[in-house]
Design a binder for this molecule. Structure first.
Ligand SMILES: [Zn+2]
Length: 293
C-alpha cells in the first residue's frame, strides 16, 4: 500500500504510539519536509534569521517528501496540480492564506477559503513552506537572478548593481512588448510616451514602494523602471506627474507575480544542486489577470 492512505494510517499508528516515526523514516531512507528545509538552511549561504516569514504554512514537518514543487504562490489550482504530479512539498515565495504574518492561517483562521485550502493540504499530505526572505537575501538575490535570465537581460546587468540593466536603446513601447513576449504576461501596463527612447533600466520585483519610484523618477540615472506592484494612488501617480513635468522616462508594471515567478524556477535549479533524493519541478502558478480582447 502506498500514497496517502498508508501515510494516514501510519500517522494514526504513530499517534497511538505503535511505531516510532524516526525509526520508520530512517529505515525507508525517506527525506522529510523538515530535512529538506534544514538542508536549505545549511546551504543558502547566509545566516538563518530568527524573525522570518520563511516557515511551514500548512502540513507536518515529518511528512515524507515524494517530490518538490517550487512556485510563486500555492493557489488552489496549483495545489491540485502539485498533488496530481506527486509533488507534496510545495516551496512558495508568497503567502498561501492571504496574510504576510509568519503564522498566516492564524491571521484569517475562520475564513471558509482558508479552511478549505488547509483541509485540501492536510487531506493530500502536502506541506507548504515559504522561501521568501532568504531567497531574496541570498547573494545574488535568487529572484532577480531568475528574472534576469527569463528576461534575457543577464548580459546587460550593471556589475555593481544587479537591479540595473544597460539595455540597447529601444522605445518604451518596444521594451514593453519584448518583456510581454518573453514573460508571457497578459496584463502588463505602461505609463509614459510609447516613443520615449530608453536604455538604462531599473528592475524591482514584487512590492514597489513610493521611495523607489521617487528615486528613479526624480534623478537622471534611469530611463525606464520595470517593477512588480506599485501603489496606484501614490507611486504610479508620482511617475505620471514626473513624466508630465518633462522627464523622458517610462514605467512598466508587470504585476507582483509576473515580476518574480521565474525567480522560483531559479530556486528549483538551485535545489537540484543540494537535493538529489526526490524530483524537483518548477510549477508556475501563472498570472491571475486577463484583459478583454
Ligand atoms: Zn519577492
Amino acid at each position: 500500500m502506498s500514497g496517502n492512505l498508508s501515510r494516514r494510517r501510519f500517522v494514526r499508528l504513530a499517534g497511538a504510539g505503535l511505531v516510532a516515526a524516526d525509526a520508520v523514516h530512517a529505515q525507508s531512507g525517506e527525506l522529510t519536509a523538515q530535512q529538506v528545509i534544514e538542508r536549505i538552511q545549511k546551504n543558502v549561504g547566509i545566516a538563518w534569521r530568527t524573525q522570518t516569514v520563511d516557515t511551514i504554512k500548512a502540513g507536518s514537518p515529518d511528512t515524507p517528501v515524494k517530490g518538490i514543487a517550487t512556485t510563486m504562490v500555492a493557489t488552489l489550482d496549483l495545489l491540485k496540480r502539485a498533488t496530481a504530479a506527486r509533488r507534496n512539498l510545495i516551496i512558495v515565495h508568497e503567502p498561501t492564506f492571504y496574510s504576510g504574518n509568519a503564522d498566516e492561517a492564524q491571521a484569517n483562521a475562520g475564513d471558509p477559503l482558508v479552511l478549505l485550502k488547509r483541509s485540501f493540504i492536510e487531506k493530500n499530505d502536502l506541506v507548504v513552506w515559504r522561501f521568501h526572505d532568504h531567497w531574496h537575501a541570498r547573494k545574488p538575490d535568487g529572484i532577480i537572478s531568475g528574472m534576469a535570465i527569463a528576461l534575457g537581460w543577464e548580459k546587460y546587468q550593471v556589475p555593481d548593481n544587479p537591479r540595473l540593466f544597460d539595455l540597447p536603446r529601444v522605445s518604451l513601447e518596444n521594451l514593453a512588448q519584448s518583456i510581454r513576449t518573453r514573460l508571457k504576461i497578459r496584463a502588463i501596463r505602461v505609463i509614459g510616451d510609447p516613443q520615449t527612447m530608453v536604455s538604462r533600466t531599473a528592475f524591482n520585483p514584487g512590492s514597489t514602494a513610493l521611495t523607489q519610484m521617487m528615486r528613479h523618477f526624480s534623478g537622471p540615472d534611469v530611463d525606464a523602471f520595470v517593477c512588480g506592484e506599485p501603489g496606484e494612488w501614490n507611486a504610479d501617480e508620482y511617475a505620471r506627474d514626473a513624466i508630465a513635468s518633462g522627464k523622458k522616462k517610462g514605467l512598466i508594471i508587470l504585476g507582483h507575480d509576473m515580476s518574480e515567478e521565474w525567480g522560483m524556477e531559479e530556486c528549483a535549479k538551485w535545489l537540484r544542486t543540494i537535493i538529489s533524493e526526490v524530483p524537483i519541478e518548477f510549477m508556475p502558478a501563472g498570472e491571475a489577470f486577463w484583459t478583454p480582447k
